[in-house]
Structure formats: C-alpha cells, structure tokens
Design a protein around this ligand. Structure first.
Ligand code: FAD
Ligand code: FES
Length: 359
C-alpha cells in the first residue's frame, strides 16, 4: 500500500468533520430563539419544549394543577400576535373572547420560534421551595391539617387567600392547595387537605405522607386574596376544605382589629364535618364585628344540633340584608359558589366585589 490511501482517508475524514460542524452550526442557529415576557425580560430558548416547561426551566412557574395534561386550564398566557387558532386540547378552557385575545394554554404551546408573551406580573415572583413536613393532624374524619417548614428558600411571602402548588413526592402529580395560615408566619405554611376518594394526591397525603418528608411546592398564586385597601363589610362563605383560605384571610382581619364587619357562613353536611368551631367562636368573643354561622344541611339525630339547618344558600339569604356596599369571599365547590353568587346578587352586591376560588 502506497501513501495515497491514508492521505485520501484522512482527507475524507476532514471533509466529513467540516460538514458535521457546518450542520451543527446551521441547526444551532436555527434553534436560537427567545421568549420575551411582558415586553421586558428576554430569555434565550433551545429546543422545542412547551412554554410551560421552558419558563419553569428559567424558574418562572405558571400555575399548572394537572402537570401539563390540559385538564386544569390554569396555565394560561397571552401570545402577542396570535392568529386565533388553538388546539382541540385547549378548547374546553379558552373562551371565544380569550381566543381572540391570544390567550393560550402554556402546557400545549411549543416554542418553535421567537415569541412575545404576557403573563400576570405576580407570577414572576412565584418560586420553587423545598419544604419538610413538621406535623399532620386530623381535623375531621376526612380533613387534615398539614404543616410545611420552608427549607430552601427558608421563607415565603404571600397574600391571605392565595394558594401554592404541591408536587406529590414519588408520583408525577401536582395539585393546588390554598394556604390556611397567617402570612406573617413566613417560615411555615399550613394547608387544610380534604380526602377525595381515589384521588391521587389526597390518597398519598392521607396514607403515605410522613413527618420529615421532603416536599417541593411552588407559588404563591392566585388573585383570590383579601383586598386590604377596602373598608367594606365582608361576607365569607365556605364549605369543606374551602375553610383554608378564609382562615388565612380572617387571621389577617383579626390582626387588624376586625375593624370591618364580617359574617362567615360555613356549610357542612353533618356535625362530624365541622372543624375549627372553637377557634371561630373565640374570634366572635374577641371581636363583636365578627359573626360565625355554621349550618348543617343533613344533621343526624345524634348530632343534637341546635344551630342553623339548611343549604348554605338558604342560610346566607336568611342572615343577609343589603349588600350593595359589601365584599364577598367564597371558597368551595363550583356548584356551591354559583348558587351563592346568585343569592348575593339578589342582595345587590356589585359583581366586582365578589371574589372566589372554586375547587
Ligand atoms: C386554587 C385551588 C385551591 C385549592 N385548595 C384546596 C385546599 O385548600 N384543600 C383541598 O383539599 N383541596 C384544594 N384544592 C383541590 C386540590 O387541588 C385537588 O384537586 C384535590 O385535593 C383532589 O386531588 P387528588 O389528586 O386527590 O384527586 P384527583 O386524582 O385529581 O381526582 C380524583 C377524582 O376525584 C374528582 N375530584 C377531584 N376533586 C374533587 C373534589 N374536591 N370533590 C369531589 N371530587 C373531586 C376528580 O374529578 C377525579 O375524578 C384546590 C384547588 C384549586 C384549584
Ligand atoms: S397545566 Fe393544566 S391545563 Fe395546562
């Protein structure tokens, strides 16, 4: 064999290497794109992941209670210059008005080129936190109070009424839970969690979660929070675990001396579904402006219940006068909330003064 063959082989290898470098550069250039958020923050993007995941990789956490499966509708953002087309998976969650306004689900839209997007400003402050469980207490037969100690970062700022998202350890499930504690306690969070039969997250919390377990949460999220700049009278209505954000809101009102008149209606089926009754009775004693009205829809004979009986809508109607100057905070099932909103409107409340979280 002469010298020609090795030289030819080396030449071929050099040419292949140059072609590969050229292709990589070309592809690299193609994947150079950016998301501009609220016209001020530009983040370079590689690959074609969803907007939700791309932002999460940059530590910008949009709400996503279903973990990106297009079943919660929480992860909305505005795509500037959108053509109005949406995917079939987005249709159940995007109204016609939103579609025309460029609203999309971030878990369904992939970053294929430069994008200008808008997200609520408060989401820019949502963070990921490492926590550990410091206590788990039974509040009723199907509701637990769970305390989370903030480890990294070691404190959280939130508004009374807001919620966090919890990544259930060991299973790929993310769920939203309202914060039940006072925002002045920054190194610990309390959640009130109700068991949903066969529910993925709540079954885990009830059967497997243990003290000292490490749990990742993100947040805070939500525009359901106490409007502290208002001095209107307040109506609170809750059912089940809907007591969580109301408890946080009331703790702040109590810190402020309960200067606003507050009526708090809590609907339950039987006496065994009531909890924190003593806590709110104490608040009534301390503040004449505060009234707690628990009502049972189906009290048992053994309950020996001498309080109000009926649907919470009937009880609200019974104890409520003119609400034209009032503000309402509602938390419970969508059915309960819709029915209560109707009653509140019959009492002349202004629509913009009704705040609610339904779950
Ligand atoms: C903003 C927000 C705040 C929330 N805050 C709280 C809170 O403070 N405390 C709390 O306990 N929950 C809260 N939730 C509900 C929570 O996020 C979960 O949806 C709930 O815990 C069920 O999760 P899971 O994984 O156990 O059930 P999944 O596995 O999601 O559900 C199992 C089945 O149960 C049904 N289901 C789901 N939820 C309910 C329900 N509430 N009642 C009846 N059937 C249901 C589902 O349709 C499904 O068929 C909140 C939700 C939102 C959106
Ligand atoms: S994360 Fe639930 S719909 Fe997008």
């Amino acid at each position: 064999m002469g010298w020609e063959l090795p030289v030819v082989l080396i030449g071929i290898l050099v040419i292949i290497s140059l072609v590969l470098i050229g292709v990589e550069k070309l592809l690299g250039n193609e994947s150079e794109k950016a998301i501009t958020i609220n016209g001020e923050l530009k983040i370079p993007v590689k690959g074609e992941d969803t907007v939700l995941n791309t932002l999460a990789a940059e530590k910008i956490f949009l709400p996503s209670a279903c973990g990106g499966k297009a079943t919660c509708g929480f992860c909305k953002f505005k795509l500037i210059g959108a053509d109005g087309n949406i995917l079939p998976t987005e249709e159940p969650f995007i109204s016609e008005e939103e579609r025309l306004d460029g609203i999309r689900l971030s878990c369904q839209v992939k970053v294929k080129g430069d994008m200008d997007i808008e997200i609520p400003r408060e989401l820019m402050t949502a963070k990921e936190y490492v926590t550990t469980i410091t206590s788990i207490e039974d509040l009723t037969h199907d509701i637990k109070l769970v305390r989370f100690k903030l480890i990294d970062p070691d404190h959280i700022d939130f508004l009374p009424g807001q919620y966090i998202q919890l990544k259930v350890p060991g299973i790929d499930v993310i769920r939203a839970y309202s914060i039940a504690s006072n925002p002045k306690i920054k190194d610990e969070l309390e959640l009130i969690i109700r068991l949903v039969p066969k529910g993925a997250a709540t079954s885990f919390v009830f059967r497997a979660l243990e003290l000292k377990d490490k749990v990742i949460i993100t947040g805070p999220y939500g525009d359901f929070y106490l409007r502290e700049d208002s001095n209107r009278d307040i109506i609170c209505i809750a059912g089940g675990s809907g007591k969580a954000p109301i408890r946080s809101i009331l703790s702040v009102l109590a810190d402020q001396g309960m200067t606003r008149k507050v009526k708090y209606f809590f609907g339950a089926k039987t006496k065994k579904d009531l909890y924190y009754t003593e806590e709110f009775r104490e608040l009534e004693k301390e503040f004449p402006n505060f009234q707690y009205i628990p009502a049972l829809s189906e009290p048992l004979p053994d309950d020996e219940w001498d309080g109000d009986v009926g649907l919470i809508t009937e009880i609200v109607d019974k104890y409520t006068g003119d609400l034209s100057q009032a503000e309402a905070y509602l938390c419970g099932s969508p059915g309960m909330i819709n029915a209560c909103i109707k009653v509140l409107k019959d009492h002349d409340i202004e629509e913009e003064n009704i705040l609610f979280d339904s779950f």
